[in-house]
Design a binder for this molecule. Structure first.
Ligand code: EPU
Length: 338
């Protein structure tokens, strides 16, 4: 295993914050984890697991041992009557994995194209976009318990998936390192085109039954039009979650804000558009110092270059306060603060 000290984490967090890690260990095989756990110095030290750094906001230099997950490999491991089962090492880049499945004619991940991050991080926040969440395509994962060193597997129903949430953000937070994930890609594939912009693109194209590659191209075009590329402009995707409210709260907000964008949930209640609320408070496109709100999607906060964590948190708090004052809703942060 490769160990580095005093590492600049700027390239490893997509917001590009100037943070350092006292110790960073590259984990390329499961055996590296066991070696770390048996290490006289690092074995008992607090640990932080780093994937693609696309959904974290480091708030200070990290004194814990940072384990950077770099376990690679992607294979179709089984073809059942219903599905192709694809397995990926946790360090695989998610957008590359999605592209690879489509090149190999395993459809099903096209709506999740271009989401920055690693395959191993995808279950943690149950990544989702354009009408699909990871849980809809997830079969199981392998992980190592960082306290006991025990290897174990979890099936989808054991992961407690919810909107941008899973057991890995709750009971198992910081407790285990995901090493491999397995996805279940349906053979009787049907396009998922409920998202209004996808419906519009389908209508414009005149395609009666678009193929998965076509849907992939549409999703890539939509993302490129609405969301900044972290390689060009530092960001961590949506900085806030879309809040979920009950029917009574929804009716009360709608009475004051009749144009509010919201979506009814299957089990009752509504998901409100945080982007709409932030825009309604006048934040879209605003810049304060080196940080700002993206001009094409108000949910995304951006680093114009040289941003500090203090500037970022001050902007996030100011947005939360104005949304709270106007709509009575306190927005929750979507990335994990570390
Ligand atoms: N809207 C505005 N102003 C904005 C942004 C959105 O009015 O600045 C309203 C519009 O009515 C728009 C609607 O909200 O039509 C929905 O916007 P969008 O399709 O961009 O979706 P979102 O709810 O803002 C969520 C995810 C995104 C994901 C998109 C598409 C969360 C926190 N965010 O955003 O995920 O790409 O849906 O499925 O759920 C991410 O998690 O990092 C992320 C980018």
């Amino acid at each position: 295993m490769q160990i580095e000290n005093n590492v600049d984490l700027r390239p490893f967090n997509t917001f590009g914050l100037p943070i350092k890690a006292a110790t960073l260990i590259h984990i390329r095989r499961e055996a590296d984890i066991h070696q770390v756990l048996a290490h006289p110095e690092y074995g008992r030290a607090p640990k932080f697991i780093l994937g693609g750094g696309s959904n974290i906001v480091p708030t200070c230099d990290l004194q814990s041992v940072v384990l950077k997950i770099e376990i690679m490999g992607r294979h179709m491991v089984q073809a059942t009557d219903q599905a192709w089962i694809v397995e990926a090492g946790a360090g695989e880049n998610w957008p590359d994995l999605v592209a690879w499945t489509l090149e190999n004619d395993f459809p099903g991940l096209e709506n999740l194209a271009l989401i920055p991050g690693t395959a191993g991080a995808a279950p943690i926040q149950n990544i989702g976009a354009y009408g699909i969440e990871l849980k809809d395509r997830f079969l199981s994962l392998d992980a190592v318990d960082l306290k006991t060193g025990r290897s174990f597997s979890l099936a989808a129903e054991q992961c407690g998936f919810d909107y941008r949430d899973s057991i890995f953000k709750r009971n198992l937070s910081g407790r285990c390192m995901i090493t491999r994930v397995r996805l279940h890609l349906p053979k009787n594939w049907k396009p998922v085109l409920d998202y209004p912009d996808l419906q519009r693109l389908r209508q414009d194209s005149g395609a009666a039954r678009p193929c998965a590659r076509q849907v992939y191209e549409w999703v890539c075009a939509l993302r490129r039009a609405k969301l900044p590329d972290p390689a060009m402009l530092g960001n961590a995707g949506s900085f806030f979650k879309n809040p979920i409210v009950n029917n009574k709260q929804h009716a009360a907000i709608l009475a004051c804000a009749p144009d509010m964008v919201s979506y009814p949930l299957p089990g009752g209640g509504f998901k409100l558009s945080a982007g709409w609320m932030i825009e309604a408070c006048g934040w879209k496109g605003r810049r304060i110092g080196n940080v700002g709100v993206y001009a094409r999607q108000a949910l995304v906060l951006i680093n114009h270059g040289g941003a500090s964590i203090q500037e970022l948190m001050a902007l996030a708090a100011a947005i939360q306060d104005s949304v709270h004052q106007r709509f009575g809703i306190r927005l929750e942060l979507e990335p994990t603060l570390i």
